[in-house]
Design a protein around this ligand. Structure first.
Ligand SMILES: [Ca+2]
Ligand SMILES: [Ca+2]
Length: 368
């Protein structure tokens, strides 16, 4: 009897120990991770964007922005700012990566006073305007002269990826279901801080029925920490004011540089959008993951669209320091830019996205 009791006690002790170990294992398992900031600093300076639905495109826009269509996205992270020269330098230092512009011996750069972009000899990301130029004082500016493959290589190194076009537009809109169209820049002198802020008047397209009141303004509460929530605001005329680095003046004759910069500006120089994301409009165009197709919106899937299977150009979004709103019309959330993926320009950069780890956890669970 004594031996039996001893065995029972041993068995009980073993059961308790096993249960304790299992409980600890469950607590430590990746599925328990709810916020990536706790586990990996790659999410530093990224904004968590909760899954949601929005209307992509613009019903009064260019043919390729039609039709306005409903898109549903899973949660993801997006870089708060464009990838900087400093970040790209770290990538190059770690990997020895050589960009296409370095191999080719030129970047497609626009130089102050030139008629258009040219193959500028010796220009690459360290010397965006040619061998005589430098990024020494521009380490916190967005990297440029990187083509789509260079941008993708950086993203892989960083453990990230390029955002899809749909993700980019969702993040740029920051919860607004309306559409912004840039007016001409003759209004930029309204800015109070003339040296460092450009106040570009943006109008909500369509009728005034589209205008939101303050109370109806989107909330950033569920969309990442640190949102300043004042990326745009309304003027008395019901216009939406956003700040950005663009070209102020008659393009291409004169750039008045009211925002303080001819070429790129340091990232985060201007107000963020309502989700705490900077420079989605202006500064540099941003490569996205998608191939470009003019009629893609006619047949794109409703859930997590990721672009056509093939194409000749990759989509870039948001406009840049080059060209004014009158001429380019790209300074909005819906304009679809596209460029050959093997070309680097001194007004095109990128930012990265990443899958949200709680989604990864959910997938892991399903697979088990
Ligand atoms: Ca500028
Ligand atoms: Ca940008």
């Amino acid at each position: 009897m004594k031996k039996q009791r001893k065995n029972r006690i041993t068995l009980l002790a073993l059961t308790i120990m096993t249960m304790t170990i299992m409980t600890m294992a469950i607590m430590m398992a990746p599925a328990a991770i709810v916020h990536a900031d706790d586990v990996d600093d790659k999410y530093d300076d990224m904004v968590y964007i909760a899954s949601g639905t929005y209307h992509m495109g613009f019903d009064k826009g260019h043919d390729d922005e039609l039709p306005l269509h409903k898109v549903k996205l899973e949660s993801f992270y997006l870089d708060r700012h464009e990838v900087t020269n400093r970040q790209f330098a770290m990538f190059v230092q770690a990997t020895g990566y050589v960009t296409r512009a370095e191999k080719d011996g030129y970047c497609w750069s626009y130089l102050d006073g030139a008629a258009n972009f040219e193959q500028v000899p010796g220009a690459y990301w360290r010397h965006p305007e040619g061998s005589g130029s430098s990024i020494e004082k521009r380490l916190d500016h967005p990297v440029v002269c990187v083509n789509w493959y260079d941008a993708s290589a950086y993203a892989v190194w960083a453990g990230k990826r390029l955002p899809t076009e749909a993700e980019w537009e969702y993040a740029a809109r920051a919860g607004e279901d309306d559409h912004f169209v840039a007016l001409n820049d003759s209004h930029t002198s309204h800015g109070k801080d003339m040296a460092h802020q450009s106040n570009i008047r943006m109008a909500l397209a369509g009728s005034r029925d589209h205008l939101l009141t303050q109370d109806q303004s989107p909330s950033s509460k569920s969309h990442g920490a640190g949102s300043k929530g004042h990326g745009s605001h309304r003027s008395n005329a019901g216009e939406t004011i956003v700040t950005a680095n663009i070209w102020q003046g008659g393009w291409p004759e004169v750039n008045r540089r009211i925002d303080g910069y001819f070429y790129t500006a340091p990232v985060k120089s201007y107000q963020s959008n309502d989700w705490g994301i900077y420079d989605m409009i202006g500064n540099v165009w941003e490569w996205t993951a998608d191939w470009y197709s003019e009629d893609y919106y006619n047949h794109s899937p409703a859930n997590n669209p990721s672009g056509p299977d093939s194409g000749e150009k990759r989509v870039a979004r948001g406009g840049s320091w080059f060209c004014n709103p009158d001429y380019c019309g790209a300074y909005n959330t819906h304009y679809r830019g596209a460029s050959p993926p093997d070309r680097g320009f001194n007004n095109v950069g990128f930012r990265c996205a990443a899958d949200a780890p709680d989604e990864i956890g959910a997938v892991d669970k399903e697979n088990k």
